[in-house]
Design a protein around this ligand. Sequence first.
Ligand SMILES: *[C@@H]1O[C@H](CO)[C@@H](O)[C@H](O)[C@H]1NC(C)=O
Ligand SMILES: *[C@@H]1O[C@H](CO)[C@@H](O)[C@H](O)[C@H]1NC(C)=O
Ligand SMILES: *[C@@H]1O[C@H](CO)[C@@H](O)[C@H](O)[C@H]1NC(C)=O
Ligand SMILES: *[C@@H]1O[C@H](CO)[C@@H](O)[C@H](O)[C@H]1NC(C)=O
Ligand SMILES: *[C@@H]1O[C@H](CO)[C@@H](O)[C@H](O)[C@H]1NC(C)=O
Length: 392
Amino acid sequence: MASILSHYFPLLVFLLSLSNYNVTAKSSSWSPDSRETDFQKWVSWNVRKHRDKSNIMMFGPESTTSTTQAPPPSAGVKVVDDKLRNAERNKVRISVCQNGTGDFKTITEALNSIKPPYNTRRVILEIKPGVYREKISVPRSLPFITFLGNSSDPPIITGNDTASVAGKDGRPLKTYQSATVAVDANYFVAINMKFENTAPHEIGSIGEQAVALRISGTKAAFYNCSFYGSQDTLYDHKGLHYFNNCFIQGSVDFIFGYGKSLYENCYLNSIAKKVASLTAQKRSSPSLESGFSFKNTVVTGSGLVYLGRAWGDYSRVVFSYTFMDKIVLPRGWSDWGVQKRDTSVFYGEYKCSGPGANLTGRVPWARILTDEEAMPFIGTYYVDGDTWLISP
Ligand SMILES: *[C@@H]1O[C@H](CO)[C@@H](O)[C@H](O)[C@H]1NC(C)=O
Ligand SMILES: *[C@@H]1O[C@H](CO)[C@@H](O)[C@H](O)[C@H]1NC(C)=O
Ligand SMILES: *[C@@H]1O[C@H](CO)[C@@H](O)[C@H](O)[C@H]1NC(C)=O
Ligand SMILES: *[C@@H]1O[C@H](CO)[C@@H](O)[C@H](O)[C@H]1NC(C)=O
Ligand SMILES: *[C@@H]1O[C@H](CO)[C@@H](O)[C@H](O)[C@H]1NC(C)=O
């Protein structure tokens, strides 16, 4: 308990300082200067926290060379998380194949076979190539599940539910329940999988939110996966998430939620017909550890897009080392029509390139990050990866 307290102590200080900030912001004596001071405090808190983490890595038994970069998720990283270490030690494999040559014919049957509830082992579902028309739920009681596909022929999990489609009780599903694949479990991993929601989105229509995958569990990792949808493709709902080498396609707000996530080496493809937003990050309170960080990403496709629009008052998104095609609107970011958000959102860009990265027309409240400001967002430490990200 003591160690937990000391671990979270900086966070506590941070929360306290932010609650002050909140009070100040509401009072009439608030001025842009005090906001700037709070922002600087917040930046230096981030930087300090980052240094602390780097020191832990540096003096750890697996100490390597770099002090600024956490080691990659391969190569014998120290797994601090006991539950995960135990689960990896006892992992089992089951196969899913539609032609009957595997242990199960459907992913749902394979998941249902895992007993007892509150699974403690990693269970790897080796999913053979094929199109799986299944609406899948990985419940909280099934942590440590891996969906492993074949990299030369990734299995496709497809559906077409939308927010307005009637569910079993006759009422509309809403966005949350429209997901083809919904993951409420922690420690979920997917490798070489294609997640799809084929429902289209027509401009001006309502109720066409159609999620391909919702991830609500924490400590989840996705490698070589693709996500296809239109409106609201990837519901990065909540928790710590890591995406590497993933392809994400959609039209409106196609990465959304309040997860704290790092997207590395990903490809964001807009199929918008007019004006839309790539992300809708919903950090709704200053105490929420939440935000999307995109590193080494490519942004391209059709239509005209904002990099993000503020779903929450404290929405936080950072793009670094990203190639932005000309589809990115010069303004870059949108407050979704709520002007007071201009002073509370955190939208940062760092070392991006391409015609869409031209900063000339950016909204004045977009932040061009310094090296120091960007540092906390551009490594796997952003999602506390050193405690749970392991070699896939
Ligand atoms: C069944 O599917 C697997 C994996 O795709 C394949 O290797 C195998 O040849 C198939 N078997 C039959 C009998 O079709
Ligand atoms: C992946 O699929 C290809 C083609 O279907 C097959 O040749 C290969 O053996 C599969 N690899 C694995 C690891 O199953
Ligand atoms: C969804 O797909 C089913 C068949 O797979 C089809 O009958 C239905 O019309 C589709 N619904 C929508 C909204 O596209
Ligand atoms: C990801 O895909 C690449 C090919 O694009 C492949 O070389 C690599 O092994 C895959 N990663 C995993 C974890 O399967
Ligand atoms: C950025 O945009 C401005 C205004 O459209 C333009 O004048 C300038 O040449 C652009 N800069 C680059 C590097 O393309």
